[in-house]
Design a protein around this ligand. Structure first.
Ligand SMILES: NC(=O)c1ccc[n+]([C@@H]2O[C@H](COP(=O)([O-])OP(=O)(O)OC[C@H]3O[C@@H](n4cnc5c(N)ncnc54)[C@H](OP(=O)(O)O)[C@@H]3O)[C@@H](O)[C@H]2O)c1
Length: 374
């Protein structure tokens, strides 16, 4: 998470498309940073890259000696001005129902992600649990965002590496608890709520401007144009450097693109073997040059799903002697050069395992088999 305005980048671009001074400055800074790290510490981390679609000529280096795996260039991408591995971490499972009882374990899990090389942390205004029936008491609010803030503040990685971390949050959704003890979600994307909550998110995360702010959903009670108008106002006021949209269809992407122009950099939609983007929103992202960020990339943990949908992933995993979760994430990364995947984890082991998907190359035949086309 960086406060440096030189990293502000209004579009999702690869280096071949770099067209504005901020982008050039950012890529140059990043390359200089990497050269410095390589000089001073770990030359083995430096990889020469080919310029593949959606990735960059950039060279990424992990920051600790024990996690020194280099991320192949095809699995590095640019999002909201950050050139980072395309495998980040979702922090929802650390903040809502089922979250670790120990806050220290949650912080340790985020530290393990950063040590492994994760540079994208995904949170939301709504990642909290109401302690009593209703939408939450003041002491409930902000659990997830404070967790991310505190994990970054206490991480012992190199200080410059903290500026490489893209923190994304979301606005326009709340949690609920009913009288039977069941948790739920409730859209509230009235422009005034979206704006007030986004400003609160910035305060909670301890930044002047959010790196990336998503609208969490399309609230059916509010015209989508008005919801996008709220995002635009937040960009114009400098509260968010870049914006994204979530849980939406193709028509919404077109509306958002029309209203937000180059400030719109990402779509966060469900994608996994359980939900294969039936509306083909990934293709619309490609058409507009937007990043596609997969939510619940391993099928999620809140709702049950058919485990057999992972059978082929288990078979391929056996051949690679790794977890089927790692194969699933590698299959996702191979789909689109501007795809980012953000698995949750509730302990360090899971995120270390998942991050290794950035180094797993699947053959064309394996990808076709996993697509169900074999
Ligand atoms: N925009 C939206 O509306 C929206 C909606 C949902 C999620 N999201 C985002 O997407 C992120 C990920 O989605 P998700 O939390 O629904 O679930 P997910 O990433 O699909 O993961 C589901 C579960 O898989 C298990 N797991 C993860 N890595 C593993 C590994 N390497 N080996 C074995 N098991 C592993 C964990 O469960 P156990 O701890 O039980 O092992 C994890 O909670 C969220 O954190 C959030 O940031 C966004």
């Amino acid at each position: 998470m960086s406060d440096d305005s030189a990293t502000v980048d209004s579009a999702t671009v690869d280096s071949a498309n770099v067209s504005n001074v901020a982008n050039v400055a950012n890529v140059a800074n990043v390359v200089a940073d990497v050269a410095r790290i390589a000089d001073s510490t770990n030359t083995a981390n430096v990889v020469n890259t080919a310029n593949t679609a959606g990735s960059t000529n950039f060279v990424y280096s992990a920051n600790t000696d024990d996690s020194a795996a280099a991320v192949p260039s095809a699995n590095v991408g640019t999002l909201a001005g950050f050139t980072i591995p395309r495998l980040g971490m979702g922090t929802m499972a650390l903040a809502i129902e089922g979250r670790p009882a120990s806050r220290d374990q949650a912080i340790e899990t985020i530290h393990a992600a950063l040590d492994a090389g994760v540079r994208y942390l995904d949170t939301a205004w709504s990642y909290y649990l109401p302690s009593r029936p209703g939408t939450g008491e003041p002491e409930d609010m902000g659990y997830g965002e404070y967790l991310v803030r505190d994990a970054l503040a206490t991480w012992h990685g190199p200080s410059e590496a903290k500026d490489e971390v893209l923190v994304a949050t979301k606005t326009g959704w709340l949690r609920t608890l009913d009288g039977q003890g069941r948790y739920g979600w409730q859209a509230d994307a009235r422009p005034e709520t979206m704006i007030a909550n986004a400003k609160e998110s910035a305060r909670r995360l301890g930044v002047d401007a959010l790196d990336l702010l998503y609208s969490h959903c399309n609230d059916p009670q509010v015209p989508y144009e008005d919801q996008m108008g709220a995002l635009k106002q937040l960009v114009d006021e400098g509260v968010a450097k870049a914006v994204g949209i979530s849980r939406i269809g193709n028509e919404d992407i077109e509306t958002a693109h029309r209203i937000l122009g180059p400030s719109l950099v990402a779509v966060q939609n469900q994608f996994s073997p359980v939900h294969r983007d039936p509306e083909h929103t990934m293709e619309t992202c490609e058409r507009f040059g937007l990043a596609f960020v997969c939510w619940s990339p391993l099928g999620g943990f809140l709702d049950p799903f058919n485990e057999h949908l992972f059978d082929r992933f288990r078979e391929v995993a056996e051949r690679h002697d790794c977890s089927y979760q790692r194969v699933t994430l590698a299959w996702e990364l191979a789909r689109y050069g501007r795809l980012f995947t953000i698995p949750s984890a509730r302990n360090p082991r899971e995120i270390r395992d998942s991050f290794q998907a950035t180094e797993l190359t699947l053959t064309k035949d394996e990808l076709a088999y996993l697509d169900g086309n074999a």
